[in-house]
Design a protein around this ligand. Structure first.
Ligand code: KDG
Ligand code: MG
Length: 405
């Protein structure tokens, strides 16, 4: 079964998505997600100019060899652009393999370890009360785990909370240049405990609570935050600090028992090897789209299982529904799966482009039983919604120093 054609399609149903379609000589096709938020066209060029020509004529069934060919065989290895491109090829090949076998991808991984996938939803608010009202709405919908993000008083914009109250799916919106946002650690600390005091007072202990710091703190500030929030029983504290230096997390770990999660920007197992091996984290949040596809996600999950680290794949709106489907197959299989981030399946246009049958009931998602990934892509519909340049914001401290967004 030879690879005959590789198409790369960019569409914008409210935000940009890069989709790869691999077509084989016997007419079977598979799809994959290559979206790299704010750098989409770099991946498109990389795929069209440098990846696709090398794959035409290769056997579509040799997923592992093609993965190694694109990773080891490239000399430069790693990198966000490279790994997003490899990821999409890998997902599309798993999709094809499932279709050939007549089985959903999770069956090829080893079958189900659970009946459904527990999700965490997002409650975002303009202030603490508003965030908790949002959380209550989600709890009534049946969600058992909620990420709480509240606007920080006296800062114009806070991560995860939109100043203009727009829907989270419109986050990308119209940003032909990166907007700049401000950060103040002091103002954040003035607000954050109140959010969790009031959340526990209102909801008790029967709902899981999570929070994303989005890398705004230094390791010792994260340690301080962990100590403050420990008593509110969070499922995890996400991205407290950057861990380019993986030893940073030793500092946090030495001071607090709060469960720690990280990994959504990671491209390879090497980015989290020390964090996992030294048991410095509790959840690894790599995404199939940014960590090179299903093949390495499976390897990371197995490696993490040796060190009591659970998986909690990234599920932000800038990962296309194809990535979410790939995660569903990994999540239903991985014995050490923890929780999946969930922000819905996009707007109506997005649902017309990406067609799938995952059902969500009471905060749990049920995997597709169709052969392959169980998701399809409508190229004609996608063409009606072309690419628009749009960036993620850039963050500065109040004195103008560039900081982590
Ligand atoms: O593109 C950036 C987003 O994926 C990120 O900001 C979302 O941190 C995020 C999360 O946890 O969903
Ligand atoms: Mg995050």
């Amino acid at each position: 079964m030879k690879i005959k054609e590789i198409k790369v399609i960019v569409c914008n149903p409210g935000r940009n998505f890069v989709t790869v379609k691999i077509i084989t000589d016997d007419g079977i096709y598979g799809i994959g997600d290559a979206t790299l938020n704010g750098r989409e066209m770099a991946v498109v060029t990389y795929l069209e100019e440098h990846v696709a020509p090398c794959l035409i004529g290769r056997d579509a069934q040799n997923i592992e060899d093609i993965w190694q060919y694109l990773y080891r065989g490239v000399y430069w290895r790693k990198g966000a652009v490279n790994m997003a491109a490899i990821a999409a090829i890998d997902m599309a090949l798993w999709d094809i393999k499932g279709k050939v076998a007549g089985l959903p991808v999770y069956q090829l991984l080893g079958g189900k370890s659970r009946k459904a996938v527990t999700l965490y939803a997002h409650a975002n608010g303009e202030n603490v009360e508003h965030t908790l009202d949002e959380a209550e709405r989600l709890i009534k919908e049946g969600f058992k785990a909620i990420r709480l993000q509240s606007a920080i008083p006296d800062l114009a914009v806070t991560y995860g909370v939109l100043g203009d109250k727009k829907d989270y799916f419109e986050l990308q919106g119209d940003r032909p240049l990166p907007p700049e946002q401000e950060w103040s650690t002091q103002k954040y600390f003035n607000m954050i405990e109140d959010l969790f005091i009031k959340a526990r007072a209102r909801f008790g202990n029967n709902v899981e609570l999570l929070h994303d710091v989005h890398s705004r703190l230094t390791p010792i500030e994260s340690a301080r935050l962990g100590k403050i929030l420990e008593k509110y029983n969070l499922l995890f504290l996400e991205d407290a600090s950057i861990a380019e230096n993986q030893d940073n997390y030793k500092i946090i770990r030495q001071h607090t028992t709060i469960p720690l999660a990280i990994g959504e920007t990671y491209n390879t197992i090497w980015d989290c090897k020390d964090l996992i091996q030294n048991q410095l984290i509790d959840y690894i949040r790599t995404a199939a789209t940014h960590a090179g596809g299903i093949t390495p996600m499976r390897r990371i999950a197995d490696f993490a299982s040796l060190y009591n680290v659970k998986t909690a794949p990234h599920g932000a709106p800038d990962l296309s529904p194809i990535c979410f489907s790939a995660h569903m197959h990994l999540n239903i299989w991985a014995p050490n799966f923890g929780i999946q981030e969930f922000v819905g399946f996009g707007n109506d246009i997005s649902k017309k482009i990406f067609k799938q049958d995952i059902s969500v009931e009471n905060g749990m998602a049920y995997v597709s039983e169709k052969p392959g990934l169980g998701i399809d892509f409508d190229e004609e519909e996608a063409k009606k919604h072309p690419y628009k340049r749009s960036y993620l914001p850039v963050c500065r401290l109040e004195d103008g120093t560039l900081w982590n967004w």
